[in-house]
Write a protein that binds this ligand. Structure first.
Ligand code: ACO
Length: 447
């Protein structure tokens, strides 16, 4: 088990949501979990020990949007709370480059090398490709050569879904370090002529490192939900197996986000409050005890309606930064978490809730007993140089592996066959001119 040295112990082991237990499970949580026979297992906990975010430099303000579509700053501010958003204007900026920048910062905060990662979970609705998974490209760029990697599709709820997967892997004993990333380049799938959607979204990435620890606390409870009957209320209709890419799908704009804003709004205000209540109950917290809520940053009115009005959690305990980023989908919660930490809104011992909703329709919430110190560490020149060197080495290793693959590709695999690129036909690839035609076996009835 990873010894997360920087987390100070809090209370007796197992007093606060022991590994895999929920409140009222009927088990004595102060006891180590014992297998029927064999070794005695210590409780494990999943803590967030590193965090980082990255957004593209280019900013589009509401005034800029006034030049593109029939809208105005006042309407956008009052109906959504958004003033500006970052967009990946440079074609070289992709969901992977944003994610890698965020992930490197998270690893630096935790002071953990990429080689120690067991798993990378990338939540995104704007992957670089249908396949390979964006997570695999991130794994390669980080040089995380011991990590499994996969993408997770749960739209804006995806980051909390990813935290839940990470926690599960850690509590099961299958992983020590899991990197969870939310990354989006929504500007690439937004219809910039549709004023109902183009004003909402922004690009960015956020990452956290989740580590196994014996220290009680961390991610204590998660609630995941879905309602596919609302799938068509927020959708990119084309490009999948239901509507494969064609000239028609492209010319009719079916690869852009289509949204029934009112339906999504109603759904969001309902599930944000109920999911939060569920995780608080499971973690054994009351709403009054909550120190910080980091909600999905979609619309200030959704946050006011659900977290503030229905749950009666005061505004100073709810972190909001959507004014400067818009809705960055799955990246919004980790970006907001990083900014909340920068703003001094999070301290060890705080009870924290993440809650989000999104396409699917999906929703997700988690309750955290935060134990990790958040003071900014002074930059150690030697460590940061060494870290940069490992990323350089990762790039070199990746190129070397590609080169080896290329060599294997052009070399003959069996000594008899000529190399593939020499233009000559291989013996085994030749099609026989007069293939022997076998007579079909006659049945008894046919005589
Ligand atoms: N500028 C000016 N006027 C506008 C704009 C705009 N950008 N957009 C719509 N309008 C107009 C409408 O045409 C309508 O005009 P009308 O009354 O003449 O017909 C009027 O403003 C009111 O429109 P509504 O749709 O009623 O506006 P509403 O208050 O519902 O706000 C909004 C629309 C902001 C989209 C809201 O419904 C919302 O935020 N919904 C949730 C969307 C969301 O969070 N989506 C992301 C989910 S997360 C994920 O998975 C990616």
């Amino acid at each position: 088990m990873v010894e997360v040295k920087q987390i100070p112990p809090a209370g007796e082991p197992g007093t606060n949501g022991a590994a895999g237990h929920t409140k009222g499970s009927g088990q004595d949580e102060s006891q180590p979990i014992a297998a029927p026979s064999g070794p005695v297992y210590q409780p494990r906990y999943a803590h967030i020990v590193g965090w980082g975010y990255h957004v593209p430099a280019k900013v589009i303000t509401n005034q800029d949007l006034e030049q593109i579509v029939d809208t105005n700053d006042e309407w956008i501010r009052t109906r959504t709370g958004i003033a500006e958003r970052h967009v990946a204007a440079d074609p070289k900026e992709t969901s992977v480059t944003l994610a890698v920048a965020a992930a490197r910062k998270a690893l630096e905060v935790a002071d953990v090398p990429a080689s120690k990662l067991d798993l990378i979970i990338c939540s995104t609705t704007t992957p670089e490709y249908s396949f390979p998974a964006t997570a695999c490209l991130i794994q390669d760029a980080l040089g995380a050569h011991n990590a499994g990697a996969f993408d997770l599709s749960a739209a804006c709820s995806g980051f909390v879904y990813g935290l839940s997967m990470a926690r599960g892997q850690i509590l099961a004993g299958d992983a020590e370090y899991v990197l969870v990333i939310g990354t989006e380049t929504l500007s690439r799938i937004v219809d910039w002529t549709d004023r109902e959607t183009c004003i909402l979204f922004g690009d960015g990435a956020g990452a956290v490192l989740v580590a196994a620890s014996e220290v009680p606390g961390g991610i204590l409870a998660v609630d995941l939900g879905s309602d596919g009957s609302g799938g068509d209320t927020l959708i990119v209709p084309a490009g999948g197996s239901a509507m494969p890419t064609s000239l028609e799908t492209v010319s009719s704009g079916m690869h852009y986000i289509k949204m029934d804003g009112k339906a999504v709004f109603r759904f969001a205000t309902r599930v944000m409050a109920s999911a939060t209540r569920k995780v608080l109950d499971r973690a054994g917290f009351t709403t009054d005890e909550v120190d910080l809520v980091v909600p999905h940053q979609a619309n200030i009115r959704i946050i006011q309606n659900s977290v503030l009005n229905q749950l009666k959690i005061p505004a100073d305990k709810v972190f909001v930064n959507l004014e400067r980023y818009g809705n960055t989908s799955t990246a919004s919660i980790p970006i907001a978490l990083c900014e909340a930490i920068e703003a001094g809104k999070l301290k060890p011992g705080y009870k924290v809730v993440f809650v989000g909703f999104g396409a699917g329709l999906t929703w997700a919430a988690c309750a955290i007993d935060w134990r990790t110190p958040v003071e900014k560490q002074s930059t150690d020149w030697w460590k940061s140089t060494r870290r940069q060197a490992t990323y350089g080495a990762a790039a070199a290793r990746s190129m070397w592996k590609r080169a080896v693959r290329w060599v294997y590709d052009v070399l003959p695999t069996d000594p008899e066959a000529p190399a593939r690129d020499d233009g000559k036909e291989r013996e085994k690839d030749k099609i026989p001119q007069e293939a022997p035609v076998k007579e079909p076996a006659r049945s008894k009835e046919q005589g």
